[in-house]
Ligand binder design. Structure first.
Ligand SMILES: Nc1nc2c(c(=O)[nH]1)N[C@H]1C(S)=C(S)[C@@H](COP(=O)(O)O)O[C@H]1N2
Ligand SMILES: [Mo]
Length: 324
């Protein structure tokens, strides 16, 4: 096992924390259904050769409503290649290139989501049912990882609030949480316990119901590539990227604040709220600036990732330095 040297370029990496931690543990213990499926690559070699050819075999999503102005940033989208080849999806490995290499083996069809907790209509819901009543919409959002890289992505999805409302949360539901698939056969990164799998994230109900929050099923006009969280992921653009949980199989409503993966791992480094905030530094690096994928120079990070006008009121009575 390699002792993790921390190269300068890696100091903002979420994985650095995990490497330290798993070393410690080692020391201690042993030394739209068919419509969304596109054509998943049969195996990794296949996926790799398609990737090398630069071909996108992902299915184009028809009949997508264009983003209204308040859901469309006026900035050049990141190149699709960059957004789909540089990922965080630890279920497939902790290197940024691992998800694009290995996520081809994830079967995204059939897919269903378990809905439970404080809700009038619990059950196991096929993905098609989640998607059918609404028309898909494009949303062009900034996306800011806590590690300080960022991008601008044309997502395709539907308002999270519309979907959640259909399950009829009870009056006790104050939070909603989400879980990613746990299946080490398909997700080889889960064979190492870098995280207490499954990956979990959660939001306060008012955050989830906010019109900026979406379930994404596509990007750049096509279904999501597996490495970006197919077939169903969260996008909450004013929060750090780790809140935007991928490949969701469970939606749970609760009265109490849920446990969430990164907050459980290192509560002083990754808050539950995780609102993008240039004024609150991560304990190991500043959050004042960020680098867009494909760009060289850094730019200032904006409060709430540039969505302050739309979301700051959600936190009017909170101390955002304490509740970071
Ligand atoms: N299940 C799961 N969801 C996840 C992650 C993960 O490792 N597993 N990484 C998060 C982090 S840290 C970021 S920055 C974004 C990255 O999304 P992208 O690869 O589409 O850019 O996904 C988030 N969702
Ligand atoms: Mo991230």
């Amino acid at each position: 096992m390699k002792i993790p040297q921390i190269p300068e370029s890696d100091v903002t990496d979420e994985a650095v924390f995990l490497n330290r931690r798993s070393l410690l543990r080692l020391g201690a213990t042993a030394a739209i259904g068919a419509s969304l499926a596109g054509c998943p690559a049969a195996n990794e070699a296949d996926a790799a050769s398609k990737e090398a050819a630069g071909a996108s075999d992902r299915r184009r999503l028809p009949n997508v409503a264009p983003a209204p102005p308040e859901f469309r940033v006026d900035e050049k989208p990141t190149r699709e290649r960059d957004a789909t080849r540089y990922n965080n999806f630890y279920e497939f490995g902790t290197d940024k290139k691992d998800p694009a290499r290995h996520a081809g083996r994830l079967r995204t069809e059939p897919w269903s989501v378990v809905v439970d907790g404080e809700v009038a209509k619990p059950g196991r819901v096929p993905l098609e049912t989640i998607l059918t009543p609404s028309r898909l919409e494009e949303r062009i959002y900034r996306f800011r990882c806590v590690e300080t890289w960022s991008m601008v992505v044309p997502w395709i999805g539907l308002p999270l609030g519309d979907v959640l409302a259909r399950f009829e949360p009870t009056s006790k539901a104050r939070f909603v949480s989400f879980e990613t698939l746990f299946d080490p056969e398909q997700m080889p990164g889960q064979r190492r316990r870098v995280i207490d799998w499954p990956y979990r994230e959660g939001l306060r109900m008012d955050e989830a119901m906010h019109p900026l929050s979406i379930f994404a099923v596509g990007m750049y006009g096509r279904v999501l590539p597996n490495q970006n969280g197919a077939p169903l992921r969260l996008i909450v653009p004013w929060k750090y990227g780790f809140k935007s949980i991928k490949s969701i199989v469970r939606i749970h409503f609760s009265e109490k604040r849920p446990h969430t993966s990164w907050n459980d791992l290192a509560p002083d480094e990754y808050g539950f709220y995780a609102n993008v905030n240039p004024e609150v530094a991560h304990p190991r690096w500043s959050q004042a600036r960020e680098r867009r994928l494909g760009e060289f120079r850094k730019r200032p990070t904006l409060p709430f990732n540039g969505y302050a006008d739309q979301v700051a009121s959600l936190y009017a009575d909170m101390d955002l330095r304490r509740n970071f």
